[in-house]
Write a protein that binds this ligand. Sequence first.
Ligand code: 5HY
Length: 250
Amino acid sequence: MRIHLVNPNTTQSMTDTIGEAGKAIAATGTQISASNPTSGPISIEGHFDEAISAVGVVEEILRLDRETQIDAYVIACFGDPGLLAAREATSAPVIGIAEAAFHMATLIATRFSVVTTLSRTGIIAEHLLEQYGFRHHCRRVRAAEIPVLDLEEDSDRALEKIIAECRLARDEDGIGAIVLGCGGMADLTETISYEVGLPVVEGVTAAVKLAEALAGLGLKTSKVGDLAYPRPKTFTGNFSHLSGLDLDRR
Ligand code: 5HY
């Protein structure tokens, strides 16, 4: 089985962190690969970055489906950018790390809090909690107030701040688990869980295991209704290469 992780930001070192975290927990027989778009934001820290990155996510999935056989995709950014568009574009399952982490957290705790990077992106997680139906399971979306790339460039200080916020969540929120709110935190799960004394659910690893389950069951994205392949049409300008794209016939 092949699972491909798409890092929607364009920072290769974070893509490497994400890929290594996926490989570390993949089952025997599961091949993990990872990539990021060549064009797009180096980090995703708000609605504007999310919108731009979503195109790159879908283009990466179109490219990989053209070039090889992928059994499932993971969108490795906590805003799940481009998730439904990606599901239109491929028949493989596509899992966002936020939805994966929320699902997993509700299986081990009745209440959890999210700890993400910047408070300005917290609303994105709140919107997803509502959209996915987990709003009443989440007590609070917190932020360590660290720029996303500090996870790569100032990792010791970033870890300290994340642990401190997780400890506040443990002491104040009445929760049983923590959800880490950034793909770049994929290698921090064990350390944070040890330091905080709570189960920690991290989206990349949760999504890989869910992807293995879906692919193992032979389940693919439904092509009936709104997730059917996009209707072929003309695209203009920078997207003209998508004109006449007829994925049904591929
Ligand atoms: C992520 N940004 O997972 C999000 C985290 C965030 O570049 N990868 C990013 O803070 O929204």
